[in-house]
Design a protein around this ligand. Structure first.
Ligand code: AMP
Ligand code: GLY
Length: 418
């Protein structure tokens, strides 16, 4: 089969790496891909958000299956457009991807179907939003309604901080249109766990639980990033919790979307907070997480294409999804200054040595004129190792990352430990 993966980060490298192991994939493509993905797939220079260009290319080049990984093309309806062109595509249609694209929508859905989440109000009027903050007091959480690269959330410890966030979103348009509606919600307390689940519109199969590390510095300090590392499974996610989440959150969410005429096929990302009142939803995403996908797919023993096809065909209840024992850990090596301001184009050394004991997923790299790997993004690499236990997986990942260097390289030294 000719298979195309849409996207070009560390998550897409992990997806391509896993799909390349499927005996049924004869030719693998990735658009736009990156220098690391080019080791396992042929990269096609089309932007992930170019819906028309992507569909045209997929048709002309006889793709049998397309996997759309990132949030923006999903929200733009790339899966709808591929299906309309007769090409089977993995990922939710736009009307289901909205669970990530609009926080106002997802909060309303949870309220209507009694799915546990933080108490909230939605605002399109700034003065009302500011007044609500005064009434509620701090700590309080302010969220831009739309997609904001995972950075449209402010957990404010003071009323002033919350009001500044509202003004930045609604008056200064820090996130463009994404901030013209804001959601203001109760601040929840507790450990955070991520559960990704395969869905076929009706059935849902959770993957191994995981945890990521959103803050840029050790000890969860500094600004939020797309994620500085991740591991799986999470020791905090006990079998009892898994059962509770399945009954109170996962199945009700899939059923709610179906009942609303928005059946969800693809991966639902459940960002959960384990509060003293039980597990609650922090956020939904309509896709695989990055970097959670890197350790999770490292633990998958089944054929990923089989699972993707079952999601599209509505036969997920008939596949047996197997996981390795033990654990996996991904350490993100980032450019100095990320997530604020950073330079790119620096040569990377030590990749071959690191690749002997771990899988080095590329998040932001490109090839230089002499075929050397250069940095080309904020998050550059995700060094991912497995182990018999979480401690072993963490130690293996850090050990494997040792030979890798590039100018101003920055990484956290406490992935899996906080
Ligand atoms: P989100 O983009 O919605 O995942 O939010 C980013 C991060 O903000 C989450 O991973 C949480 O750490 C934090 N956060 C979001 N909503 C809340 C909330 N209601 N209470 C406490 N922390 C939150
Ligand atoms: N790692 C967080 C996300 O993918 O949204």
């Amino acid at each position: 089969m000719n298979v195309l993966v849409v996207g070009g980060g560390g998550r897409e490298h992990a997806i391509c790496w896993k799909l390349a192991q499927s005996p049924r994939v004869t030719k693998l493509y990735c658009a736009p891909g990156n220098a690391g993905i080019a080791q396992v797939a042929q990269c096609v220079p089309i932007k992930a958000t170019d819906v028309e260009g992507m569909v045209k290319w997929a048709k002309e080049n006889a793709m049998d299956f397309v996997m759309v990984a990132p949030d923006d093309p999903l929200a733009l309806g790339m899966v709808d457009a591929l299906e309309a062109a007769g090409i089977p595509a993995f990922g939710p249609k736009a009307n289901a991807a909205i669970i990530e694209a609009s926080k106002a929508f997802s909060k309303e859905l949870m309220k209507k179907y009694h799915i546990p989440t933080a108490k909230y109000e939605t605002f399109t009027d700034m003065d009302k939003a500011l007044r609500y903050i005064d009434e509620q007091g701090a700590p309080i959480v302010v969220k831009a309604d739309g997609l904001a690269l995972g950075k449209g959330v402010v957990v404010a410890s003071t009323v002033e901080e919350a009001k500044t966030a509202v003004r930045e979103m609604m008056e200064d348009h820090k996130f463009g249109q994404s901030g013209s509606t804001v959601v203001i919600e109760e601040c929840m307390v507790g450990p955070e766990v991520t559960v990704l689940a395969f869905c076929d519109g009706e059935h849902l199969v959770p993957m191994l639980s995981s945890q990521d590390h959103k803050r840029v510095n050790d000890g969860n300090q500094g600004p939020n990033t797309g994620g500085m590392g991740a591991f799986c499974p999470s020791p905090k996610y006990t079998p009892e919790l898994a059962k509770e989440c399945m009954e109170t959150i996962f199945q009700p969410t899939v059923a709610a979307l179906k009942a609303e005429g928005r059946p969800f096929k693809g991966v639902i990302y459940f960002g959960l907070m384990l509060t003293k009142d039980g597990p609650k939803v922090v956020e939904y995403n309509a896709r695989f997480g990055d970097p959670e996908t890197q350790p999770i797919l490292s633990m998958l023993d089944s054929d990923l294409l089989d699972i993707f096809e079952a999601c599209v065909n509505g036969t997920l209840d008939q596949v047996d999804i197997k996981w390795k024992n033990g654990a996996a850990c991904c350490i993100v090596l980032a450019s100095g200054g990320y997530p604020v301001k950073y330079q790119s184009g620096y040569p990377i050394s030590g990749l071959e040595e690191a690749g002997k004991s771990a899988v080095v997923f590329h998040a932001g790299t490109k090839l230089g004129e002499n075929g050397e790997y250069l940095t080309a993004g904020g998050r550059v690499l995700g060094v991912t190792a497995v182990g018999g236990s979480l401690e072993e997986a963490i130690a293996n990942a850090y050990e494997a990352a040792k030979p890798i260097t590039f100018q101003d390289m920055h990484f956290r030294r406490d992935i899996g430990k906080v």
